[in-house]
Design a protein around this ligand. Sequence first.
Ligand SMILES: NC(=O)c1ccc[n+]([C@@H]2O[C@H](COP(=O)([O-])OP(=O)(O)OC[C@H]3O[C@@H](n4cnc5c(N)ncnc54)[C@H](OP(=O)(O)O)[C@@H]3O)[C@@H](O)[C@H]2O)c1
Length: 177
Amino acid sequence: MKTILWAALTANGNYAQSSPENPPKPEALQDFAMQARAAGNFIVGRRTFAGMQDSTRVAQGEQSGAGNPFAGLDIVVLSQSVKEIPGVKVVESPQAALAYLQAKGHTTALLSGGADLHNTFLAQRLVDEVIFDIAPVFEGKGLNLLLDQDHYLYKDVQLLDCKPLGSGVVQLRYSLA
Ligand SMILES: NC(=O)c1ccc[n+]([C@@H]2O[C@H](COP(=O)([O-])OP(=O)(O)OC[C@H]3O[C@@H](n4cnc5c(N)ncnc54)[C@H](OP(=O)(O)O)[C@@H]3O)[C@@H](O)[C@H]2O)c1
């Protein structure tokens, strides 16, 4: 199972946070939907999924809606506090998320965020590739993606691809293998 971490970053290197005042760039959102459809799935943290339910139609009963870019995808929500969410699979650990998707025949798992989820997978060395969509914005003190929350680590990674997505958004793709 290949695991790809997808993230929108700011131009000053933060893991971008979004809000109604500062929504994600449309080019990054379109790219995420494309990557998710290519994988056929995504794994998401409980807090980010709650935000997605507010802003998209992934809630119960709307998964098959024609305007829903996530219709038909296997969505796996990571949570220890919530046991069930209608229409998606809830699991308690990164390993359980990957095992679930593997058992369903997926060969790639897409990690969609947020910071907690990504940092959990990174810390457990469960990420094979990362896709960073870098938006032309600066943010103040914010979130970071880290290999280890407590120790300084340094690791060379291999650039696989680099391309503009439009409106100043640039995509970088790296192998962590
Ligand atoms: N830049 C981007 O591409 C992007 C994408 C998405 C979100 N975001 C940003 O990310 C932020 C939200 O991220 P977040 O870090 O607050 O939350 P999150 O990662 O979306 O969700 C965190 C929750 O996921 C569950 N979880 C995480 N690791 C787990 C583990 N190892 N085992 C079991 N459950 C686990 C826990 O749920 P329980 O508490 O239920 O146990 C935890 O509270 C927002 O600011 C949002 O704007 C950015």
